[in-house]
Structure formats: structure tokens, C-alpha cells
Design a protein. Structure first.
Length: 354
């Protein structure tokens, strides 16, 4: 039996692996190509996903969970590379939003069938659930490897593939740094309010059990935002305007959430906040692969860098909120942190490439 601290470490292990390896995953994608990178990440996800079910102690489960997260970190930049290869500029926002939305729906699907079908079927044996998902991911990986259509590498693209010089070029691009700030804000808001919604409501004296669904409302807004507004940005071709509007609206909503204590209004505010964050994240990933001063062959590295900052936002907001709430029960200081990030996001969005 694991104690609460060990459980928190198990939960944090894949997230830490994402932060460390998602940028490296982008470099590997640019070097090996989408098909080979997908094969490598699939092997890590499926094998160590199943090995978690065979763990006999805390240390083994911690290690396998971390390596499982490495596989996920290698996989995510592939998606940005695929969008860059497969889709024209006028469709990239929609495509990015769809794959992000699919990730959220996958979590909802897996949690639903685990509780409703798998656990009863396996007589509440969580180990068999891990093994089942490992085999399921193995099938998906095999299908993906055989169906992926990738561009043939050219001598020119090989010369433009990742190097220390190209890393300096990416990190020195002011538009990329600005997008890193925006996506850090987007992930921080979602993770902070999802995990600490109970603290927010307790601070407002809203103890009605129905309000616990506000975290689900935030996720619903995020899911809808992944596709709707990015699709509209594809149509009007004004991504910079969308970045500015979504950033400004988001930090205004955070201020209103602090000021309003009426539950029904909070439903609306939380939903639209999720909508803004669900738009900012795919827009950042789309804009990053459309920047003309960076070669398209570096799309994996660029997507990996942005996702690194996004998952770093997840990790950072969890630690900061934990520290704040350990010294104060006033959630306003947590919201103030997010509001400051929102202001920074708005400022850097003003200087994005038109």
C-alpha cells in the first residue's frame, strides 16, 4: 500500500518526464523522421505501460511510470511535425486543435471505460487494466506506423535538421519565446483551476456539491475551444488577433472569477475561460510552425520546445499553489499569480508576427 506522498510522486513522474523529454522528442523527430520517432515512442509507451501493471513495489512503479512519460514526451512533437507536413497553412489551426481535442477525449474515454467496464471485468485488478491499455496502445502504434505518410527527406532538409546552431536560432527567435510565455499561461490556468477548484470554491463559501462540476465545465470549454476558434482563425487568417483577444479575455475572466461569488455566473465564467485556454494552446502550436524565419524541417523541435514550457507550466503551478495554500487559505493569491501570467501573455501577444 502506497502512502499519499508516494502516490503524489507516482502521479508526478510522467509529468516530469514530459517536461524533460518533450523538447528532446522534437529533436529526435526532426532527426529520425515521424515514422521512426513514432515507433520509438510507441515501444516505450506500450512496454513500460504494461510493466507498470507488473510492478511489485514503489520504486519499480516509479521508474516504469517515468519511462512511460518519456515515451509520451517523444510522441507529442510528432503531432506538430505531422501537421506541418500534411496540412496547408489555412488548415493547420484546425488540425492542431483536433489532435489536442482528441487527447482530452481520450482521457475522458479511458477514465469512463476503466470505471464502468474494465475494473468490473477484471474484478478490480488494476494491474490487468495497465496490461490492457498497453496492448491497446501497441495496436494503435502498429496501425500508425503503417498508415503514416511522411515527406521524403531531401539533402536540403537534412542540412536544415537540428543542430546547436539551429537550437540557438530557435531560442533566439522572439516570436517563439513569446509563444512559450503564452502556452505556459494556458497550461498553468487549466492545471491550476482543475486541481484546485475545490479551494477556489471553499474560499467563496460555495460548498454545494454541484459546484464540483465546475472543473468539468472548464474541461468542456477547453475541448470546444480546441477546434472552434482555431477553425475560425484558419478562415480569417488573423492568428495574431486571436492570440491578443484570447489572452486579454482570459486574464479579465480571472479577475471576474475573484470578484463574483454567485455560482450560476461562475459556470459561465469558467466555461469561457476554458474556451480561451483551449484556443490559446493550439494557436501557439500552429503559429510556431508557420513562422517564416524558421525552416519547416524544425517543426518538431519547435513544437517540442513549446510543449516543454506548457508542461512546465503544469508542474510549476502545482508547486506554487501548494506553497501558497500551505501558508494561506485565501485563494486570491493563486488567482493573482495566474492574472500576472495573463498580463504577460497579453503583452507578448501584441508583438507576435502578423
Amino acid at each position: 500500500m502506497l502512502d499519499p506522498f508516494q502516490v503524489s510522486l507516482i502521479y508526478s513522474a510522467p509529468l516530469l518526464a514530459f517536461v524533460i523529454f518533450v523538447f528532446i522528442g522534437g529533436i529526435i523527430t526532426d532527426k529520425l523522421g515521424v515514422r521512426n520517432a513514432t515507433m520509438l515512442s510507441g515501444i516505450l509507451i506500450t512496454s513500460f505501460g504494461m510493466l507498470r501493471g507488473l510492478s511489485g513495489g514503489f520504486l519499480f512503479l516509479l521508474i516504469t511510470s517515468f519511462i512511460f512519460g518519456i515515451g509520451g514526451g517523444l510522441l507529442y512533437p510528432n503531432l506538430g511535425k505531422i501537421v506541418a507536413d500534411w496540412f496547408e497553412d489555412k488548415k493547420k489551426g484546425t488540425a492542431t486543435g483536433i489532435y489536442l481535442m482528441a487527447g482530452g477525449l481520450g482521457q475522458v474515454f479511458s477514465l469512463s471505460i476503466t470505471a464502468a467496464i474494465l475494473l468490473p471485468l477484471f474484478q478490480n485488478n488494476w494491474r490487468l487494466c495497465f496490461v490492457f491499455y498497453g496492448f491497446f496502445c501497441l495496436i494503435i502504434t502498429i496501425l500508425g506506423i503503417f498508415t503514416l505518410k511522411t515527406k521524403e527527406a531531401t539533402n536540403n532538409s537534412q542540412q536544415k535538421s537540428f543542430s546547436l546552431g539551429k537550437m540557438k536560432q530557435i531560442l533566439g527567435n522572439k516570436y517563439i519565446i513569446g509563444l512559450c510565455v503564452i502556452i505556459f499561461f494556458g497550461f498553468s490556468v487549466f492545471m491550476g483551476l482543475t486541481n484546485y477548484m475545490g479551494d477556489l470554491l471553499a474560499d467563496k463559501g460555495l460548498g454545494d456539491p454541484v459546484y464540483v462540476y465546475l472543473a468539468s465545465i472548464l474541461s468542456l470549454g477547453l475541448t470546444i475551444g480546441n477546434v472552434t476558434l482555431p477553425l475560425l482563425s484558419d478562415i480569417v487568417k488573423k492568428r495574431r488577433i486571436f492570440l491578443i483577444c484570447c489572452s486579454s479575455i482570459a486574464f479579465c475572466l480571472l479577475i471576474l472569477i475573484q470578484l463574483i461569488n454567485i455560482g450560476e455566473f461562475l459556470w459561465v465564467l469558467i466555461f469561457f475561460l476554458g474556451l480561451m485556454q483551449g484556443t490559446l494552446i493550439p494557436l501557439c502550436l500552429t503559429v510556431s510552425i508557420e513562422i517564416k524565419t524558421l525552416p519547416e524541417e524544425l517543426a518538431g523541435s519547435v513544437s517540442g520546445l513549446l510543449l516543454t514550457f506548457g508542461f512546465l507550466g503544469n508542474l510549476t503551478v502545482t508547486l506554487i499553489f501548494g506553497v501558497i495554500l500551505s501558508y494561506s487559505t485565501v485563494f486570491f493569491f493563486c488567482l493573482l499569480y495566474l492574472i500576472c501570467l495573463g498580463i504577460a501573455s497579453f503583452i507578448v501577444s501584441l508583438f507576435q508576427e502578423k
